[in-house]
Write a protein that binds this ligand. Sequence first.
Ligand SMILES: C[C@](O)(CO)[C@H](O)COP(=O)(O)OP(=O)(O)OC[C@H]1O[C@@H](n2ccc(N)nc2=O)[C@H](O)[C@@H]1O
Ligand SMILES: Nc1ncnc2c1ncn2[C@@H]1O[C@H](COP(=O)(O)OP(=O)(O)OP(=O)(O)O)[C@@H](O)[C@H]1O
Length: 332
Amino acid sequence: MPTTSGSVTVSAPGKINVCFLVGPLLPSGYHRVASVYQAVSLLEHVTATATDEPGIGLTVEFTPGSVLAVQARRQLDSGVDLLAAIPRDATNLAARAAALVLAASDWDGGVRLHLSKAVPVAGGMGGGSADAAAALVACDALLGTALGTRALARLGEQLGADVPFALLGGVAVGLGTGTELTSALAPVPFHWVLLTAGFGISTPRTYAALDEHRQAVAGGPGPEHIPVPAPPAEVLHALRAGDPHRLAAVLRNDLQEPALTLAPRLRPVLAEGLAAGALAGIVSGSGPTLALLCADEDDADAVATSLGHRGLDAVPVTGPVAGAQILSRAGT
Ligand SMILES: C[C@](O)(CO)[C@H](O)COP(=O)(O)OP(=O)(O)OC[C@H]1O[C@@H](n2ccc(N)nc2=O)[C@H](O)[C@@H]1O
Ligand SMILES: Nc1ncnc2c1ncn2[C@@H]1O[C@H](COP(=O)(O)OP(=O)(O)OP(=O)(O)O)[C@@H](O)[C@H]1O
């Protein structure tokens, strides 16, 4: 039975890829990858409310107090509206998610979504994917479709490569295009400092820069002929052991060099992060957010404070955290 009133609020996490290996370019334009995802404590919130009018409405804010809200206010002062970069129409990933659940329901009204965003926009942390995951779970609960985790993950795959992981959370290996997930053990929290940039990088552009580089390497195999990657066992061992020093030694992201080539101003920032006392640093996904791995919580706080004093937007986070979670229901 569809619910005709009420609302459901769901959180979903941003992610970093502690290991991201990019394999062959496929005819679809996607790449086969081996990803080790970790969900971190920077959360998106989506509230879905049933409406009598059909269709999907959408409003967006940056979560008050989040680094995203602080950056947005600063940029607004210089005439740049970060919030305007987020589509409000049917192309928003959360709206597309809601449309998929609505189509599977027998509710003939609509849904209004409110997004409260804390994950950097086009930051390489899967913020839009987290919105999509949260919207899938919220609409499923609101409309009584009871699709179940596997069916929701299949819908998520249609929306983006990172969406199934935002549903699952924790730590997981992602194969195929990143959507074939297997949870991995990481019983002890890791402490990171995120350095968020005030700009975004397009994910397809970063992949294309990697392919162009591979194409240009004389005698190299070319992007279509790169071997299919597998995640290194040492990464999974370090996660299972809860050992940040071991993990620091094996962080790897094949999209890092392309992202740093597209945004060279990140190179000195990464060096500054390391000099501030992080064990290691990596570009998150397709960038430009940088993730600095620290030895423990105290070190992460000290690194974040030190980098903050130098004018960088530094946020301590922990991971792994849970995937999409229902936080509250009202009137359902
Ligand atoms: C960089 C990562 O964030 C790492 O987790 C993901 O691979 C990208 O995930 P995403 O943004 O959810 O990706 P999608 O929205 O599905 O795809 C955006 C674009 O990224 C490229 N893409 C994405 C995933 C993949 N395995 N190969 C790709 O080449 C394609 O050009 C695609 O058109
Ligand atoms: N809900 C959404 N939030 C943010 N951007 C969205 C959303 N829906 C669609 N978009 C579009 O998608 C683009 C990428 O957004 P997103 O914040 O998900 O990037 P990302 O975190 O770098 O992605 P990924 O790490 O998954 O590659 C934005 O520039 C915007 O045009």
